[in-house]
Design a binder for this molecule. Structure first.
Ligand SMILES: [Zn+2]
Length: 320
């Protein structure tokens, strides 16, 4: 009998407590309540984007997938997506020492990511990490690099003998180069991160405005002869010693990818003549060549090229 009474009492208590947690969906006058703000911690936010948290300090939080980087600067109240300013963070709160932000930020970031690289969100990420991740070994180099994916938008560039256009391949490889460089501690600015048209002078101006240390433009070649092949690194005709050094450092690394080298050549491309810093333009290979066109679409080759260019850039800075 005693047991039943206490059970009844417990049930009544639970019901009362549950009622206390509920919130009315509408105000007394019938108008809906404002949408409740949902705060999520940065690990949950990264999970929603299919990314992994790589840096967490009081000053800076970053997360990445294979090609994108999201940077949150809590003290400056700023969010960057692939080094492009997205906007303020807005309302934040620290829960268990973890920064929590409004969940709507996930959609804002998603809208800024290049469409072809938006990854599937990971399985529901845990609200709290089991343990703090190890401190990242990432060290900033203090160098700024502008990576220019050639063509875009209404300007497709060369057509590939395997279908598709140069502008897409340029962007895919450029974004991978940018990611490898960011992992190495460089500040990377992309002239474009989407399929958009940008004037040649503006591409150079981006480098000049950002006081870039170097400018690297990514293209793919085409020829009337289908057997013409190989990559080529261009510098302007009256190029500086530094541009030539950069070209040769990249050439050395790219020659190890499986695509043969045509060496460094000179041409007065506007993106080279209008940039104030050392600048090179890389033709990755020939889209008119059946084998190279296939290679340039291949994930493994794209990765090899991205590392080759990034390692060439690192060699250049080391030799300076
Ligand atoms: Zn081109």
């Amino acid at each position: 009998m005693r047991k039943i009474t206490s059970l009844i009492l417990l049930s009544v208590f639970v019901m009362l407590a549950a009622a206390g947690c509920q919130q009315p969906a509408k105000r007394a006058d019938g108008s809906p309540l404002a949408v409740k703000e949902e705060l999520i911690n940065i690990y949950y936010l990264a999970g929603k984007l299919g990314m992994t948290v790589s840096t967490t300090t009081d000053d800076k939080i970053t997360f990445n997938d294979t090609v994108n980087t999201v940077t949150i600067l809590p003290k400056q109240d700023q969010i960057y997506v692939n080094n492009n300013y997205l906007g303020p963070i807005g309302k934040t709160k620290k829960i268990d020492d973890l920064l929590c932000v409004n969940s709507s930020i996930a959609d804002e970031i998603k809208n800024k990511l290049p469409k072809s690289f938006v990854q599937k969100p990971a399985e529901a990420a845990p609200l709290q990490p089991k343990q703090q991740p190890a401190k990242s070994a990432w060290e900033p180099t203090g160098k700024t690099i502008v990576i220019d994916a050639g063509h875009g938008g209404k300007d497709p560039g060369a057509a590939s003998s395997r279908g598709g256009n140069e502008k897409g391949i340029n962007l895919e490889v450029a974004q991978q180069i940018a990611q490898v460089l960011r992992d190495k501690g460089y500040r990377v600015i992309m002239t474009r991160n989407n399929d958009e048209f940008i004037e040649l002078e503006e591409r150079a101006a981006i480098a000049n405005r950002s006081h870039a240390d170097i400018f690297v433009s990514i293209h793919a070649d085409s020829s009337a002869k289908s057997n013409t092949n190989g990559f080529t690194v261009y510098v302007e005709r009256s190029s500086s010693r530094a541009s030539k050094d950069l070209a040769s450092a990249i050439d050395d690394r790219m020659a190890q990818t499986g695509i043969s080298s045509n060496g460094t050549k000179k041409a007065d491309y506007r993106v080279l003549t209008h940039t104030g810093c050392p600048a090179v333009l890389i033709e990755l290979g020939y889209l008119s060549n059946y084998w190279e066109a296939k290679q340039l679409k291949n994930d493994d080759m794209q990765k090899r090229l991205a590392y080759a260019v990034a390692n060439g850039i690192t060699d250049y800075f080391k030799r300076k």
